[in-house]
Design a protein around this ligand. Structure first.
Ligand SMILES: Cc1cc2nc3c(=O)[nH]c(=O)nc-3n(C[C@H](O)[C@H](O)[C@H](O)COP(=O)(O)OP(=O)(O)OC[C@H]3O[C@@H](n4cnc5c(N)ncnc54)[C@H](O)[C@@H]3O)c2cc1C
Length: 472
């Protein structure tokens, strides 16, 4: 139960109940502190309400829809009847179960939940506002800022939830559009495009740069783009969205290339997915003596401490990578440091998944990054077409690649683009974390037939010992 009155003082106030904030709050309460967790919107934050969870639920439902009608080669002919409103109901229920779980876990651990917006009034106090009412001040010994991020709004495309949608609006749609234009082929744009294309929507993507998933290596992006095109997604690269107008039925979006070529596209709605920005505008950081950097993020040290000694910051609000598990890890570290432990954040083994088709997951260094660090890397690769399990799934696009230190064999990084890449990467994150070697992975017996064998084979390939692929 969320309390109506607020404490006058507490050991720790945590601002924001996303995966950074609620994990910090629970961890700190488990260490014996009095903790107040303040949330202005919904427990679970972006991740549970309008991010990871609803998007992955819709991706799962879209996959079933698509696979059911694309299995003729297996002798399966299905007639499909998709009730999108029930799909949405199911997705909302998944969200509800998880957000309810967060509230229960917090209260069961003794965390005081406060509905409201927290604003610093000094380095040791926050004021809480709810619906325009001042609920009073909480004096704290320590604070953890975990206020997250929100979608970037382009000046020419203010979000209205009807014509111009953010990712939040797109995940909340209650009926399927016939035609959708997506601005931005980053990970959120690509995940949403894939979902809607699999549900039968005619999807067009406009991207200013020259590939999908800018920032990812080209051979990875190529696999995803090819599959996306086979789903019917139309891409227009090298075009920036300039503006839009209503057509009565939908939208007409205007774009321009670097050379000044202009184009226009019509759709029922346009989704703008061009990045996310930190949320600090409700915090009055100046009162706490904290300044943001030139991108608006809150600078912190390796222990997640801000320039104000008793105030910590975790998650999206402190910068890249904007990922839920990174936010949670930082939340744990903040709580542990406050409890007097010598914990530090190490970004070496933070995996990053994109739930496209096929999935991507990267962890640690790429070959280029290892070379730039002067490490003389060795690389092993396993194409999924050589995996027995991938063949039995009918999913043979992509590969697993492992980068290791050439002299010691220590695993430095991995890039996976294949079915279940997000699951397979866990073994590689553990390898990096524990400084395991290619030999450790290659000589560990992996279950047959599974996709995990591809990890073992890639490690063996890097050692010139692969059996199921040719060693290069
Ligand atoms: C469509 C989409 C898909 C995603 N998919 C993935 C994925 O598959 N995997 C992954 O790892 N990440 C994913 N992410 C990113 C992930 O959601 C974020 O990295 C994560 O939620 C960050 O957690 P956080 O705790 O830092 O902030 P948030 O989850 O953003 O939570 C911050 C909370 O603070 C509250 N708040 C803000 N200001 C105040 C204030 N002054 N007072 C009180 N409360 C306040 C907000 O209301 C919010 O609830 C996705 C994001 C989106 C948008």
């Amino acid at each position: 139960m969320v309390g109506e009155s607020i404490p006058v003082e507490t050991d720790i106030v945590v601002i924001g109940a996303g995966p950074g904030g609620y994990v910090a709050a629970i961890r700190a309460a488990q260490s014996g502190f009095d903790v107040a967790l303040v949330e202005k919107d919904a427990y679970g934050g972006t991740c549970l309400n309008v991010g990871c969870i609803p998007s992955k639920a819709l991706i799962a439902a879209a996959d079933i829809t698509h696979d059911a009608t694309h299995a003729e080669h297996m002798g399966i002919q299905a007639e499909l009847d998709v009730d999108f409103s029930r799909m949405v109901g199911w997705k909302n229920n998944v969200v509800k179960q998880l957000t309810g779980g967060v509230e229960k876990l917090c209260t069961a651990n003794g965390v005081t939940l406060i509905d409201g917006t927290a604003t610093f009034t000094s380095e040791t106090a926050v004021q809480i506002m709810r619906n325009g009412t001042n609920l009073g001040s909480i004096a704290f010994t320590h604070a953890v800022i975990a206020t997250g991020s929100r979608p970037v709004e382009l000046p020419e495309f203010p979000f209205d939830g009807e014509h111009v949608l953010s990712s939040t609006h797109a995940l909340g749609l209650e009926s399927l559009p016939e035609r959708l234009l997506v601005v931005g082929a980053g990970y959120i744009g690509m995940e949403l495009s894939t979902v809607f294309a699999k549900l039968g929507v005619d999807v067009t993507v406009v991207e200013m740069l020259d590939q999908v998933l800018p920032g990812y290596e080209r051979d990875i992006a190529r696999v995803v783009r090819k599959r996306a095109e086979s789903l019917g997604i139309n891409f227009h690269f090298g075009e920036g969205a300039q503006g839009w107008e209503s057509t009565g039925r939908g939208v007409r979006v205007f774009t321009e290339s670097d050379d000044g070529d202009q184009s226009e596209y019509e759709a029922d709605r346009v989704v703008v997915a061009v990045g996310r920005e930190p949320v600090t505008d409700t915090l009055n950081l100046g009162a706490a003596g904290i300044e943001t950097d030139d991108r608006g993020f809150i600078p912190t040290d390796k222990q997640t401490r801000t320039v104000a000694e008793r105030i910590f910051a975790v998650g999206d609000v402190v910068g890249e990578p904007l990922l839920a598990h990174k936010a949670s890890k930082e939340g744990e570290i903040a709580a542990d440091v406050i409890a007097g432990e010598a914990a530090t954040f190490d970004s070496r083994a933070i995996p990053a998944a994109v739930f496209t088709d096929p999935e991507i997951c990267t962890v640690g260094m790429t070959e280029d990054e290892a070379e730039n660090a002067g490490l003389d890397p060795v690389v092993g690769r396993m194409p999924m077409r050589a995996s027995g399990r991938a063949l039995t799934l009918g999913e043979t696009d992509g590969f697993v690649r492992i980068v290791a230190n050439g002299s010691s064999g220590t695993v430095l990084g991995a890039q996976l683009v294949c079915p279940d890449a997000s699951e397979l990467a866990a073994e590689l994150a553990l390898a990096i974390e524990t400084e395991a070697t290619l030999e450790d992975i290659a000589t560990t017996v992996h279950t047959h037939p599974t996709l995990t064998e591809a990890v073992m084979e890639a490690a063996a390939n890097a050692r010139g010992e692969a059996v199921h692929t040719l060693n290069s």
